[in-house]
Write a protein that binds this ligand. Structure first.
Ligand code: IVH
Length: 674
């Protein structure tokens, strides 16, 4: 065998293995190898592909991110309209629908399939020759948006389906899948935490977050947000059904490697359907993603055709909508919670009310603006809603004879309820903050953050331990954690030798975590996990970061003027420097791997537009950044160069209008050579 075909075989076999393990992990939720083992296989494939770029194919597992990002999304017509569903809100409406189906079908027995109604957004996937060719949003139903680059980053969507899997599942090589993109609660809360840290508005629910994510112009961000996809329809390219029954379509999709939600069931009549509906209403809280009802579909495709469509929805399917998990109760008080950054969050203390099986006695009111928008007063009766693990929130104030209005207006205090420190509201910001650096509430929250899984990962250092450590003044800042001893820990309640030793071992292990974790752990305002990574990579050491000017900070990926100011302010505070020096002494990681950047393009800002002849836009961005330049998304008077490729659009026009220099790829390469 020649050397090159041997490499090709090796590459193919690695791809097969990776696809197999991705399917086990992302589709079946049943991994057989550890994450490091998976990473090792991926790394091996990446190195081989780097050495033999001619072997890279678009469906290689290495190619999920890296397609060229689009400046906007192209519009494409669906093979057949993506319709919505009619709704039934109670048993009577559902039985009415069942009766109509029987009348129209003229038969006695109609078999149904019940599925969860996933609360996300619908997405069509076009496979050509077994390879994923396009991902389209619903759009207006007739015309969708081409979001392929983003869709490729969703791990439960296979980039290709092997000929043997197609054959086995009896799917044609060209076919279309329709299904729902969802954001699991875990990804949703992580993303909102990060957005809060960065001073960005939080998404209200996982559906909005999924919809916002799929339309992001940055595939890297989509990849991090961990969306999931469930398939529920298989169509031929002309929009007709591939199989005779809906249940056969689900089985085939699953057999071909797509993720089909396992919680679906055949039902012989409407009573069985109702049982499924009731069963899942009780269990919906246990799901890791949001559902808002159950979809009931006629199983036979022949019968589906006979029943046909009304204007906007099929007659052969219906959505049974669960009532929003809401409750009515009275606001007994409005309290203040002080967060890690000193942010004061108003929280309604409620007369306890059961909502969806849980007693709710607190609901967030977010901020002063929200209180004003709702017009809520202490004593008011309110509607409270709860979705999955999302914190309950007050959605509306009731105002009728049975629910008289409250009278006590809430005032944001000018002193922190925890420490008496000054409370300020910075111009232009929504939030009020306690400015006392030694505020005990801030301390507790900052220690909890520091010890949390995504920062120092100190298992065992949860709320009850942190409260005790803070109350006894054993820990007054995060550096004190590293001076804890067995004797000190043993003075606490419910702490035995064994647990104390475990905690100390965890603390010791934290010292080996990389620089970006330490930076993230400092709790600098607006510096989230991702920004901490960019900072560590850019400066390569804590010392480099501490010395950086605001201007230098702004040359870091995704660091704008507000974040730069916040970082500089943090390091200008002597108390913070003292703390950092103690962390250094304790042996935490203060050095990372700086990316060696050149200086050929130092201080120059670029905007990239259009398709470049040889480099992808991501690669060009990297080249520019590695040479000390900066790439931003929009053209302004401050832009030094617009790097334009084929089909450059409005950005090129703007550059011409503003008189900004336009260069091509060749010119960039010449500049890089210096
Ligand atoms: S079938 C023509 N099945 O609900 C019928 N839809 O309100 C196509 N949805 O736009 C839809 N889970 O985005 C179907 N198991 C499921 C679903 C589902 C969620 C969404 C879908 C659709 C919307 C209709």
């Amino acid at each position: 065998m020649s050397k090159s075909s041997k490499v090709q075989d090796q590459v193919e076999s690695l791809r097969e293995k990776l696809r197999h393990h991705e399917h086990l992990y992302y589709v079946l939720d049943a991994p057989e190898i550890s994450d490091p083992e998976y990473d090792r296989l991926m790394q091996e494939l990446k190195s081989l592909e780097a050495a033999h770029p001619e072997l890279v194919t678009p469906d290689s597992p290495t190619q999920r991110v890296g397609g060229k990002p689009k400046e906007g999304f192209q519009k494409l017509r669906h093979s057949r309209p993506m319709l919505s569903l009619d709704n039934a809100y109670n048993e009577a409406e559902l039985r009415d629908w069942d009766r109509r189906v029987h009348e129209l079908a003229g038969t006695k027995g109609v078999a149904y399939v019940c599925e969860l109604k996933l609360d996300g957004l619908s997405l069509a996937l076009w496979y050509r020759g077994g390879a994923l060719e396009k991902g389209l949003t619903r759009g207006d139903g007739a015309i969708g948006e081409d979001v392929t680059t983003n869709v490729r980053t969703i791990r439960s969507i296979p980039l290709s389906i092997s000929a043997s899997a197609l054959k086995k599942s009896r799917l044609p090589a060209d076919f279309e899948v329709r299904g729902e993109v969802v954001m699991p609660f875990s990804s949703f809360s992580r993303m909102n935490d990060e957005r809060e840290q960065q001073g960005l508005a939080k998404f209200a629910n996982p559906r909005n977050a999924a919809a916002g994510t799929i339309r992001t112009l940055e595939p890297n961000i989509v990849a991090q947000r961990r969306l999931d996809y469930f398939a529920y329809m298989a169509l031929s390219p002309d929009g007709t059904e591939v199989f005779d029954t809906h249940s056969a379509a689900l089985a085939a999709l699953s057999g071909a490697g797509l993720k089909v939600n396992p919680n679906h069931k055949a039902a012989r009549d409407i009573d069985e359907v109702l049982r499924f509906i009731n069963e899942w209403e009780a269990k919906r809280d246990k799901l890791p993603y949001e559902i808002d009802g159950i979809v009931i579909k006629v199983d036979s495709v022949r019968l589906q055709r006979e029943l046909g469509y009304t204007g906007k929805a099929p007659r052969w399917a219906i959505a049974y909508k669960y009532a929003a998990r809401a409750g009515e109760t009275q606001v007994e008080d409005i309290l203040i919670q002080v967060g890690r950054t000193g942010k004061l969050t108003p929280v309604a203390a409620l007369k306890p009310v059961p909502i969806g099986g849980t007693m709710v006695s607190r609901a967030t009111l977010h901020n002063q603006d929200e209180i004003e928008r709702l017009g809520v007063k202490i004593g008011d009766w309110v509607i409270v809603e709860r979705g999955g693990d999302v914190i309950p929130k007050v959605v509306r104030v009731m105002d009728d004879k049975a629910h008289p209005r409250g009278t006590r207006k809430f005032e944001m205090p000018d002193r922190c309820p925890e420490c008496g420190g000054h409370v300020v509201r910075t111009e232009g910001e929504v939030d009020y903050r306690c400015v006392n650096a030694a505020c005990p509430a801030k301390l507790r929250e900052s220690i909890l953050h520091f010890a949390s899984r995504s920062v120092m990962n100190i298992e065992g250092m949860g709320e009850s331990l942190v409260n005790q450590l803070a109350d006894r003044k054993l820990v007054t800042n995060v550096a004190d954690i590293f001076e804890l001893t067995e004797e000190k820990l043993l003075t606490l309640e419910r702490m035995g030798t064994k647990s104390a030793q475990n905690v100390l071992r965890e603390i010791d292990a934290a010292k080996k975590l990389p620089l970006e974790r330490v930076i993230f752990g400092l709790g600098i305002r607006m510096v989230g996990e991702r920004t901490a990574e960019f900072l560590a990579e850019h400066f390569g050491s804590m010392d480099g970061l501490m010395k950086a000017t605001e201007e230098e900070l702004q040359s870091v990926n995704e660091v704008g003027p507000r974040i730069a100011t916040s970082i500089r302010e943090f390091f200008d505070e002597p108390a913070n420097i003292k703390l950092i020096e103690r962390l250094r002494k304790a042996g935490l990681t203060f050095k990372g791997e700086a990316k060696q950047r050149g200086t050929q393009l130092a201080g120059k800002s670029f905007v990239i537009t259009g398709t470049l002849p040889t480099y992808s836009r991501d690669d060009a961005k990297r080249l520019i950044e590695d040479a000390g330049g900066r790439v931003s998304g929009s053209v302004s008077k401050k832009t030094d160069y617009v790097l334009a490729g084929a089909d450059a659009g409005s950005k090129l026009d703007k550059a011409k209008e503003l008189g900004v220099n336009t260069i091509d790829e060749k010119e960039l390469l010449r500049m890089l050579k210096g």
